[in-house]
Write a protein that binds this ligand. Sequence first.
Ligand SMILES: [Mg+2]
Length: 120
Amino acid sequence: MKKIVLVDDKESIGKIVGLYLSKEYEYTYFDNPLKVIHWLQEGNMPDLIISDIRMPDMKGDELLHYLKSNIIFKQIPVVMLSSEDSTSERIRLLEEGAEDYIVKPFNPLELKIRIKKIIN
Ligand SMILES: [Mg+2]
């Protein structure tokens, strides 16, 4: 089973996405990017990370930058979740190494299909 991590400060998003993904994937939810980094540093290696952008302690783009600057973690595909459909933000994040960019509110089924295209 492939491993997917979602980080979003809204627990409801974590639960909804979990309903759609946890049958086919090993799904782990975090409410804070710092916890994701800690989890990775412990030796965990997911097949994909889905990250919200606007979060209090660390922004999703900072997490993306951290991952893409790391020799080991940079291979993990990252899908960004944005609360605004901003072309400049999308371009910046795709350029920074994000695999995909999805605007909230999103259809979880669409997220699932996009994920499948990236990791299967
Ligand atoms: Mg948020």
